[in-house]
Write a protein that binds this ligand. Structure first.
Ligand SMILES: *Cc1c(COP(=O)(O)O)cnc(C)c1O
Ligand SMILES: [Zn+2]
Length: 372
């Protein structure tokens, strides 16, 4: 079980770079670098059906993750989250084949654990001595936990502003103190960890893909990573067929991708005065906008925005109907699903996966009668 990482590749111009040194954005275009693997060799040497026998965390996909030496893996058991059919909601809504991928069960309570585990492990393998990142909370919580796990210390700087303001500080701190900047998609490793959500989903469906994935999109790592992962699985011949429609749900108060998608644009303009209770969706100017928009269009998906009030109502709905305490971001996907069924964009029997990206326990301030 070792990585088949072969090189890094610029997502704009295709220029290739060696994968044996710590890398951020592409030197040629200043945009996202993708990790690339020796897929023909994996195809020849790895038996897909053996993966299910491995320890059920994201490292069961080690061949398709960037860490070379298993001893360098910093883990808290991330991944291996359940895929559950929502039988009660199916009955209530008159639909079938509706699932949730429950990422709230990850260490630190969100799917952010996957990307941070991959990036910190790979960063340390390539000589990083410390890390920095801007965060609305969930990513930094994961980063602090994985740094502690790696024996590093973590320090929190509160920034009065939005994530872009924190991002500028992160760049300055990285330069000053020689830290590796983990800003969303400004390094190639976090997306690889997020990719494991898609690999897992394919495995859990018996090496098939669902027909639609509804995902609460902020910085875009989930959609971009899963799209990349499915393309790798197709190239490996481990799955066949059409990619699932990628459907991005954003908040009404911060919907740059929804706007760009419906205007037919390839990039998004920064959303002014972004506000939403869904911290993970408060990303007014996602760096990887072009990759998110590509994944949505390439798969025949769509993008829509929901209100904070609807998200919170859906948190209660998921909790009472299914016993799933979702974060507002995750609950937003149920709101989106119902609207797309009503509009006829999705068929009532279309195999659809809602992503609950985090636990409602991280958002107790939104629950009536609970002191946050
Ligand atoms: C960060 C975050 C998101 C958005 O993540 P991306 O995959 O980067 O778009 C969604 N939900 C939660 C709970 C988050 O923390
Ligand atoms: Zn380039």
């Amino acid at each position: 079980m070792t990585s088949y990482l072969s090189h890094l590749e610029c997502t704009i111009c295709g220029a290739e770079y060696p994968s044996d040194r710590l890398s951020g954005v592409s030197p040629c275009c200043g945009k996202v670098l993708y990790a690339r693997y020796d897929l023909p060799r994996i195809r020849a040497e790895v038996d897909r059906d053996r993966l299910a026998e491995r320890t059920p965390n994201m490292w069961r996909f080690a061949e398709l993750l960037p860490v070379d030496d298993p001893d360098n893996i910093v883990t808290l058991g991330e991944g291996g989250t359940p895929l559950m059919e929502l039988k009660n909601l199916e009955q209530a809504l008159g639909v079938s084949n509706l699932y949730v991928k429950e990422e709230g069960l990850n260490p630190t309570g969100t799917f952010k654990a996957r990307g941070i585990a991959a990036a910190i492990s790979k960063g340390l393998e390539l000589g990083a001595t410390g890390f920095t990142m801007p965060s609305a909370g969930n990513a930094a919580g994961a980063a602090a936990a994985y740094c502690a796990r790696a024996g590093l210390s973590a320090k929190l700087n509160l920034v009065d502003g939005l994530i872009g303001d924190a991002g500028r500080q992160a760049v300055a701190v990285a330069q000053e103190q020689g830290l590796f900047d983990l800003s969303t998609l400004k390094e190639p490793y976090r997306a690889e960890g997020k990719k494991s959500m898609g690999l897992e989903l394919a495995m859990q469906f018996g090496w098939r893909m669902p027909e639609a994935i509804i995902y609460p999109a902020g910085g875009g790592t989930g959609i971009i990573g899963m799209h990349k992962g499915f393309l790798e699985l197709l190239e490996l011949g481990w799955i066949k067929g059409d990619l699932p429609k990628f459907i991005a749900v954003q908040a009404e108060g911060c919907q740059p991708i929804v706007k760009a998608f419906h205007e037919g644009k390839d990039t998004a303009e920064p959303w002014p005065n972004a506000t939403t209770v869904a911290d993970g969706l408060r990303v007014p100017g996602p760096f990887a906008d072009y990759l998110m928009l590509h994944a949505i269009r390439d798969t025949g998906g769509t993008a829509l925005a929901v209100s904070d009030a609807d998200m919170i109502a859906a948190m209660y709905e998921l909790a009472t109907a299914e016993g799933i305490f979702a974060c507002p971001e995750g609950a937003a996907t149920l709101v989106g699903y119902k609207r797309l069924i009503a509009e006829g964009f999705l068929r009532k029997d279309e195999t659809t996966v809602l992503f609950n990206t985090g636990s409602g326990y991280k958002y107790l301030q939104l629950i009536e009668g609970v002191k946050g």
